[in-house]
Design a binder for this molecule. Structure first.
Ligand code: FAD
Ligand code: SF4
Length: 514
């Protein structure tokens, strides 16, 4: 008992390939716990809580089957003190542990809590790498040392070189001579095109749903307890990866930005939950995609492969780098000083705006929306309306299966809301109905007319778009990437401008009835 080493495994550290598990050591007890401090710091989607707890339970069973000792604390365990740190103290005492170890947490909040726990313990402690990411926490900060902004493209190229992914033999030239295929990866979805049928991982999670209800955990969204369909193990995650590279990757690039009310997933991978819980490693995902392209270059366009690799080795590592470079100040940034409340229909989907109704209802139903739905529908509207970024963050952090602060915060507050004033992006991601009409089939079934700027049937995105640029002219006019917008606005008839602004004001006053 006295020689026991306690090793804490957090709910997003379910990496069975970690060197911790390379051999069985009976003096080591692995600890996993379901705690209220994690279920309650924001209101989560019910599928998200069930997904995390379900994956943790299966991971604990997997470790036991490999011969490891595991102490698992369920949410309703009478000895559960409901915080990570208090439970760790209790277990250290219980096992009379001589040493406490944990893996580098990905969230600032948890990192601070565990660091302060470790500092206060009278025994040896150690924080080890989670052996998951392709860049160190401070790698982006070092790369951009002395710079005010972080260019994703530069970071992405550095990562490709570092890991020799899609590079020529010299290690510096990108394969095909081009780094970036974004221009090819923005096609509109032809009518009737749907993504392939996804593999099913249906399982009965009624016990977990009942546990949350009995414990009084407040959640959002819907769940079908008898056929819960997220991959919760490493082998299911690998199955999803296999399905993706074979059936979705070929068209991933082409329709990466497309949106359809008939297909939530299109050609996206749905791998983010598996990646963020560390059930699978980003490099194995990349290598599998590259291998499939090497085997079938006639079937998989290079632009698709590059588009996918960019997401995983580029965007995913990049947002993590921004998070650690800028926390904790990042979560309080509000460049536009936006204060409007989030419309209440973000929690129900009850709006006549078809794009928002669809993206929100789908998120409540599936805890999933793809990147462009998050950025150019829900995020775009919140930014145009001037919603307080704290409320936008809470919504995104709660509603998506893959939402963990290190990845949610830079994407939401930075990329989507431009609340960092341009640390991540060179200009705000906003659009009028034009973009949504071009990239989706939403507008054809909408109560509103995407062509009109004002009037009872005018698409709200249009007036709010001009209102946004007009009210933030002092902050944005000098931005060379936005010059064209202001030239168009300036050339517009003054009466037309006034009508647009008056309509925008009316929309803001009536927002709950849109
Ligand atoms: P695919 O389109 O198949 O992409 C493949 C993988 O690339 C994803 O699984 C993901 O791991 C990675 N990836 C792609 N884009 C990004 C990105 N911008 N940042 C980080 N990783 C990326 N992603 C999260 O994992 N958690 C979040 O909480 C989250 N919040 C977001 C909030 C907003 C406002 C926006 C605009 C984006 C957010 N994203 C978040 C990024 C992206 O939308 C999701 O990673 C993606 O939609 C997950 O679906 P998928 O697995 O089918 O992705
Ligand atoms: Fe959305 Fe406007 Fe198109 Fe309706 S018309 S779906 S509100 S963009």
């Amino acid at each position: 008992m006295e020689n026991t080493v306690l090793r804490l495994i957090l709910g997003d550290q379910l990496n069975e390939c970690h060197s911790w598990f390379s051999h069985v050591d009976k003096s080591v007890v692995y600890v996993l716990m379901e705690v209220r401090s994690e279920t309650d710091y924001v209101r989560h989607h019910v599928q998200k809580v069930v997904g995390f707890f379900g994956a943790m339970r299966l991971f604990a069973a997997r470790l036991r089957s490999l011969g490891h000792r595991v102490h698992y604390i369920t949410l309703d365990d009478p000895n559960n003190r409901q915080t990570l740190t208090e439970n760790c103290r209790l277990l250290i005492e219980h096992y009379k542990a001589k040493r406490f170890e944990y893996q580098e947490p990905d969230e600032y909040r948890v990192d601070e809590a565990l660091r302060s726990l470790a500092n206060s313990l009278p025994i040896e402690t150690q924080c080890v790498s989670s052996e998951h990411f392709l860049s160190a926490r401070d790698e982006l900060k070092r790369l951009f040392s002395g710079k005010r902004t972080y260019l994703m493209e530069r970071f992405y190229r550095a990562m490709r070189e570092k890991w020799n992914v899609l590079m020529e033999a010299d290690g510096h030239t990108p394969l095909t001579g081009r780094w970036n295929y974004d221009a090819e990866n923005r096609k509109r979805l032809p009518a009737g095109v749907r993504g392939p049928k996804a593999p099913s991982f249906e399982r009965d999670v009624s016990d977990l749903v009942a546990l949350l209800e009995q414990s009084g955990v407040l959640t959002i969204g819907r769940i079908q307890p008898t056929c819960f369909d997220w991959p919760l193990t490493r082998s299911e995650s690998l199955q999803l990866l296999e399905h993706f590279v074979q059936y979705r990757l070929p068209l991933f690039g082409d329709y990466q930005d497309a949106m359809s009310q008939f297909d939530a997933l299109l050609f996206h991978s749905r791998l983010s939950f598996s990646l963020n819980t560390k059930l699978i490693h980003p490099m194995e995902v990349i290598q599998r995609a590259v291998a499939e392209w090497q085997a079938h270059p006639e079937r998989i366009p290079f632009s698709s492969l590059e588009g996918f690799v960019r997401q995983v080795i580029g965007w995913r590592e990049y947002v993590r780098g921004v998070y650690w470079a800028e926390m904790p100040r990042y979560r309080a940034l509000n460049f536009f000083e936006h204060t409007a409340p989030l419309p209440e229909w973000y929690w129900t989907g009850h709006t006549r705006m078809n794009c928002l109704c669809h993206a929100i209802s789908q998120s409540l139903e599936r805890a999933y929306a793809h990147h462009i739905q998050r950025l150019m529908i829900t995020g775009n509207f919140a930014l145009l309306l001037g919603v307080n970024p704290d409320e936008v963050d809470a919504w995104y952090l709660g509603i998506y299966q893959d939402a963990i602060e290190w990845v949610e915060l830079p994407n939401t507050r930075g990329m989507s809301q431009f609340a960092d004033g341009g640390i991540m992006g060179t200009k705000p991601y906003v659009s009028s109905a034009n973009y949504i009409h071009r990239m989706s089939d939403y507008c054809s079934n909408c109560f509103y007319d995407f062509n009109q700027r004002y009037g009872p049937k005018a698409c709200p995105f249009n007036a709010l778009y001009w209102d946004f640029y007009n009210r933030h002219a002092a902050r944005l006019r000098a931005n060379p990437r936005i010059g064209m917008v202001y030239r168009l606005w300036d050339r517009m008839d003054k009466v037309e401008q006034q009508r647009i602004l008056a309509h925008a004001q009316h929309l803001k006053e009536q927002v709950s009835h849109l």
